[in-house]
Design a binder for this molecule. Structure first.
Ligand code: EPU
Length: 418
């Protein structure tokens, strides 16, 4: 296992490029199961989760080629409709194949994801929506067996706003008979990106990006060409890298309109943020204490909570971070404390008393965004920080150490030693 070593204390200065969004690329790749046509996709990020879903699609019969940054995916015939445990346990987002498989083949067997490092993460809302659309769903030996003749359009109300739930059902509904209406649908930009890709393939979808999405089913979809949106969480992570090191970064190829809550809170926390066309410039200043509370889009993203906590560890006062989406998403706290952060947990609140400096230490990454938080802390800590188990990081950040060293960080990966 690789590890990352950082010598802290260097302000990050220069230009840094954002990759395509992991959480848009994953559902878009799953959606290629819906038709036999050729899909040409740009902006697919080179992260581990993306290669995992590509391997899964190949097992199902996909032909995938890459040339000059364009990924061609064609699944002329689905050879098997199974996503066994080995895939789902490495990547929960494999559940995204359930809706498309059922819609195209009339059956699917997908291993039931268990809990993960950040919470229980049930998927009953995906399953009950498919049942409402006429599918029979049984769980046996940890595997979801779903069957249906052509799915039927239905009115579906999600009790809780669920991102992959909305995506799964939106995909399934594109080929259903009649109209499906999703109420309390997730409004995340990645849901819009998936809808736009599906529309490019011939789907009839209205309202993506609002909490009411209407999908009029069609008989079949074609292939489509699409560029995946930039990763707003990677961009936000770079914004905090500039703020925490009191640096000055121009963040290229990003979408400031998808980062409004992050931009506003970082301004309140003392950074100067200038928005341009597909770029952001952020200059760090004195770090002020600010409270955040995670909530569905357009609120503060739970995927940016751990990174913000690293910043608040160095603020001039007391801040409260409240996590409302996942019940165990505070794994980074114990590691940040090892670096000298003063953080107290009270239920789903973290109370952070800013300290003047952090000190480098060996720390352990426990999930994707926790790893990013430790990198951010390491960039500014005194001395050396060694981050172990960075395979979590590779699931969602493309060559982050190369990108950060390009703007002045003293960061390197040591192969096979973490
Ligand atoms: N929930 C249920 N029942 C369900 C589905 C969800 O109770 O059937 C609950 C969850 O337990 C959670 C809340 O609803 O408390 C929201 O979960 P959601 O379903 O929206 O999460 P997800 O779709 O599994 C996606 C991202 C996550 C991101 C969350 C929240 C992908 C592939 N994953 O997960 O990304 O944190 O939305 O925004 O899009 C990450 O990239 O690090 C990551 C974890």
């Amino acid at each position: 296992m690789d590890k990352i070593i950082i010598q802290g204390g260097k302000p990050l200065i220069g230009e840094i490029e954002v990759s395509g969004a992991k959480n848009a690329a994953l559902p878009i790749l799953a959606a290629t199961l819906l038709s036999g046509g050729e899909h040409l996709l740009k902006g697919i990020p080179g992260v581990k989760d993306v290669s995992t879903i590509q391997r899964l699609l190949r097992k199902m019969g996909a032909q995938i080629k890459e040339q000059d940054g364009v990924l061609s995916v064609r699944i002329q015939k689905i050879e098997n409709c199974e996503a066994p445990y080995q895939w789902v346990k490495t990547m929960r987002a494999a559940i995204l194949v359930l809706g498309p498989l059922l819609a195209r083949c009339g059956e699917a067997q997908v291993s039931l994801p268990g809990g993960c490092a950040i919470g229980a993460r049930p998927i009953q809302l995906h399953l009950s929506a498919l049942e409402k659309m006429g599918a029979t769903v049984k769980i046996e030996h940890g595997i979801i067996h779903a069957k249906s003749s052509r799915l039927k359009g239905a009115n579906i109300y999600f009790d809780i706003s669920t991102v992959t739930g909305t995506e799964n059902i939106m995909m399934a509904a594109t080929l259903a008979e009649g109209t499906t209406v999703l109420e309390n649908a997730a409004c995340e930009p990645e849901v819009i990106d998936l809808a736009q890709f599906l529309i490019a393939c011939g789907a009839r979808i209205d309202g993506a990006g609002t909490d009411r999405i209407t999908i009029e089913g069609v008989r079949s979809l074609s292939g489509g060409s699409y560029r995946v949106m930039p990763d707003r969480i990677e961009a936000g992570t770079f914004m905090i890298a500039a703020a925490i090191t009191k640096g000055d970064l121009a963040i290229r190829s990003c979408r400031p309109d998808t980062l409004v809550s992050v931009i506003e809170k970082l301004r309140t926390a003392g950074a100067t943020v200038t928005e341009g066309r597909e770029m952001l410039r952020i200059k760090g200043g004195e770090i002020h204490a600010v409270d955040i509370k995670t909530s569905p889009y357009p609120g503060w993203p739970t995927d940016m909570q751990a990174q913000f906590m690293a910043l608040m560890s160095l603020s001039d006062g007391l801040s409260v971070v409240t996590e409302t989406i996942f019940e165990q998403r505070f794994n980074h706290v114990a590691e940040l404390r090892r670096m000298g952060a003063q953080i107290r947990l009270e239920g789903n609140h973290a109370v952070i008393r800013g300290v003047p400096s952090l000190s480098g230490a060996p720390v352990m990454a426990s999930d994707l965004r926790a790893s990013a938080s430790l990198i951010l802390a390491g960039l500014v800590a005194q001395g050396e920080t060694e981050i172990l188990r960075i395979y979590h990081l590779d699931r969602g950040y493309h060559r982050i150490e190369e990108k950060l060293s390009g703007v002045g960080a003293a960061i390197r990966r040591v192969k096979g030693s973490g």
